[in-house]
Design a protein around this ligand. Structure first.
Ligand SMILES: O=C(O)c1ccccc1N[C@@H]1O[C@H](COP(=O)(O)O)[C@@H](O)[C@H]1O
Length: 197
């Protein structure tokens, strides 16, 4: 089970996520209570070992803005939220980074349909912490895909059982307030996701 912890902004929480065994760590580079500057993301990404993927999270920015921020932060993957056209992914292909397409359940759920390397199937409002009907997508996405949206340490095993994803992604569910992560919740989330059947 691939586990991504998203929206980190403090060095201690990055270290906690790495120690807990996260496979990917997301830095939000778009408007959000979790937004960090590319310079801050670069400082935080420097704490992440090579086996853990560092991801820049965007929503609504054009490819030129995404390119500039991702390169400034030195990240290894780009996550585009919303209904970006195929051309936006094509425009970023030459970066040689992993491309992640993050959409709601109404979108095309074939991983790779937009030349992306990884698909995230998320709630209609990304980063809101709102649970949704995870079981509704069971069997629909193809390829490597992460389930996101309203997951937390207490419900992630149920969500995995319901949707059968390749991995999971969380932001709000490991926080005590919007944008304020909690080390214990990060550890609990990784352990619960890994322990799920
Ligand atoms: O986390 C954010 O603030 C955010 C903002 C804008 C776009 C995406 C964002 N995060 C992504 O949303 C889901 C997690 O949502 P939740 O808070 O756990 O319900 C995940 O894909 C994050 O990468």
């Amino acid at each position: 089970m691939h586990v991504k912890i998203c929206g980190l902004s403090e060095p201690g929480h990055v270290e906690t996520a790495v120690e807990a065994g996260a496979d990917a760590i997301g830095f939000v580079l778009t408007r959000s209570p979790r937004q960090v500057t590319p310079e801050r993301a670069a400082e935080l990404a420097a704490l992440v070992p090579g086996h853990v993927l560092t991801v820049g999270v965007f929503r609504g920015e054009d490819p030129a803005q995404v390119r500039a921020a991702t390169l400034a932060a030195g990240l290894r993957a780009v996550q585009l939220h919303g209904h970006h056209p195929h051309a936006d992914f094509t425009a970023l292909k030459d970066l040689g980074l992993s491309l992640v397409r993050a959409v709601d359940a109404e979108a095309d759920l074939r991983c790779g349909a937009y030349d992306e390397d990884l698909l995230i199937v998320d709630a209609p409002r990304p980063g809101s912490g709102e649970p949704w009907d995870w079981a509704a997508v069971r069997g629909r996405p193809s390829g490597r895909w992460l389930l996101a949206g309203g997951l937390d340490p207490a419900n992630v095993a149920t969500a995995i059982e319901a949707a059968r994803p390749w991995g999971v992604d969380v932001s709000s569910g490991v926080e005590v307030a919007p944008g304020v992560k909690d080390a214990g919740l990060i550890r609990d989330f990784v352990a619960a996701a890994r322990g799920a059947r």
